[in-house]
Design a protein around this ligand. Structure first.
Ligand code: ZN
Length: 256
């Protein structure tokens, strides 16, 4: 069965509530269908990773922390890239000069010591600038001109880190914390510890970066994104129904 068809049927089995933006400004990354790629620079460091056998089918069970970290970053980015109704592409590149700097318009992932032991990672999306001499991107508050992710160098299980990376990347995409969906990877509290996206997450990234050709369908979503996590069944239907129709069309068109 095609992925699109599975996606379609998932709509019936997974209740959809809502996704939320990181701000009422609904900022998004500076990409377009013609230039869909955002490259994150990773500083090459890794925390002490435990339980390595629990991810990637155990193929990195005996690998170094750095090698597994690179694989987890790729997997986390592909999780968002592979949403069929969204065009955005995330990838990573190792660069020892990567640093947390909200004004360099560079997307960085930096593994470093944190002030608090309780912090596993934090994403820092910047869309309002305090730069006295702003660039064109910085001048537009609807554009996330910079987003760095600071990852703790404390010991962590590989599975937990993978989920954290997917969550933090979601913030860089422009998604906030939905308080009404416990299945969303963007939720503070989740019903499971998997690193896969829930329907709400897919709806969010599809709203922000709709795949060309599907954009007329996804446009229905424009009235449905909410800020502040006030999800409801009505809101779920609001973006669930267009996605259902979109999925139905993809399902039958690709079969033909
Ligand atoms: Zn968060």
């Amino acid at each position: 069965m095609r992925y699109e068809c599975l996606f379609l049927f998932a709509l019936f089995s997974s209740p959809a509530l809502a996704f939320v933006h990181i701000s009422q400004l609904k900022p998004r990354l500076p990409v377009s269908p013609e230039n869909p790629t955002v490259t994150f620079l990773w500083n090459g460091d890794a925390p002490n990773l435990t339980e390595k056998e629990e991810v990637l089918d155990g193929s990195f069970a005996n690998s170094s922390d750095q090698d597994l970290m690179a694989a987890l970053l790729t997997l986390a980015m592909n999780t968002w890239t592979n949403v069929p109704t969204s065009y955005i592409i995330l990838n990573q590149q190792q660069d020892a000069s990567a640093q947390v700097d909200e004004n360099d318009e560079t997307f960085s992932i930096v593994v470093e010591a944190q002030d608090s032991q309780a912090v596993a990672a934090a994403a820092l999306p910047s869309f309002i600038t305090n730069d006295p001499d702003p660039t064109a991107l910085e001048r537009d508050p609807h554009v996330i001109h910079d987003c760095d992710i600071s990852v703790s160098n404390s010991s962590v299980s590989a599975k937990s880190l993978l989920r954290t990376l997917v969550h933090e990347l979601g913030h860089c995409l422009g998604l906030g914390h939905p308080h009404s969906s416990y299945r969303s990877i963007m939720s503070y509290s989740s019903l499971d510890d998997s690193a896969s996206l829930a329907l709400d997450d897919k709806a969010g990234v599809s709203f922000l970066y709709p795949e060309p050709g599907e954009s007329e369908d996804v446009r229905y979503l424009t009235t449905c994104g909410v800020v502040g996590g006030q999800g409801s069944t009505a809101a779920g239907l609001c973006f669930g129904l267009p996605l259902f129709l979109l999925g139905l069309r993809r399902c039958f068109r690709k079969k033909a």
